[in-house]
Design a protein around this ligand. Structure first.
Ligand code: SAH
Ligand code: CA
Length: 214
């Protein structure tokens, strides 16, 4: 997922705050027991998400795509006292590990996990969002954007992960459904006059988007 040269990525890791014990253990157990452990945010992105949440101080955060809970835990740790994070994942086989590590991280009061298809669950949640982290199936990124936008507060943020798609996004010879979906997502955001956006080249690329005043 990380398309930086290995020596550079190693250097960045060596100069970025390291994971605490709970996250290290979660990282290990994910690698031992789950498919595609490279989907887990990891040290650099975990710290970035934690810092962004600490800066924004949101009351309501929505995460679309929990996987084993690494990014949810990183974000929840940055929440203010009255802050809460809702996270959605379609895969019910993940529930036990997410719950286990939320518990170990002492974040049971800060995180609510929803199991099911995010395209269906999002509209059932009554909240207004201050931050939305989009990190589920790439094919639905534009759908998620349209679903959450009306209930994103003005001045709120959408952060979308993997928007560089290992560099394939800018490689004209790269084809495939996910690449195409991410290209049209990035183009749609860029063309949206309601937002200020930055394609941040951390790890696999994060689109950071603020909803502006009308
Ligand atoms: N945010 C995690 C990684 C998420 S990986 C982290 O950074 O650590 C992507 C996740 O999206 C997978 O766990 C997958 O089960 C989930 N997913 C895929 N399609 C989905 C859908 N339609 N609704 C909800 N979750 C979905
Ligand atoms: Ca991701």
């Amino acid at each position: 997922m990380d398309f930086f040269p290995e020596h550079l990525s190693t250097y960045i890791n060596q100069h970025t705050s390291i994971e605490d014990e709970v996250l290290t253990e979660l990282n290990k157990e994910t690698h031992q027991k789950f498919l595609m452990p490279q989907m887990l945010s990891g040290q650099q992105q975990g710290v970035l998400l934690n810092l962004l949440i600490s800066m924004i101080q949101p009351e309501n955060v929505l995460e679309i795509g929990t996987y084993t809970g690494y990014s949810a835990i990183c974000m929840a740790k940055g929440l203010p006292q009255n802050g809460h994070l809702h996270t959605i994942d379609i895969n019910d086989e993940l529930e036990w590990i997410v719950k286990k590590y939320i518990d170990k991280a002492k974040l049971t009061d800060s995180i609510t996990m929803h199991i099911g298809d995010a395209t269906k669950i999002i509209s059932t949640l009554p909240n207004t969002w201050d931050v939305v982290f989009i990190d589920a199936d790439k094919i639905n990124y534009s759908t998620y954007y349209d679903l959450v936008f009306p209930r994103l507060r003005v001045g709120g943020y959408i952060i979308a992960d993997n928007v560089l798609w290992s560099g394939k996004i800018a490689d004209k010879s790269a084809i495939g459904k996910d690449t195409a979906a991410l290209r049209s997502f990035n183009d749609m955001v860029q063309a949206d006059s309601r937002v200020t956006n930055l394609l941040l080249s951390v790890r696999d690329g994060l689109m950071v988007i603020r909803k502006n005043n009308d």
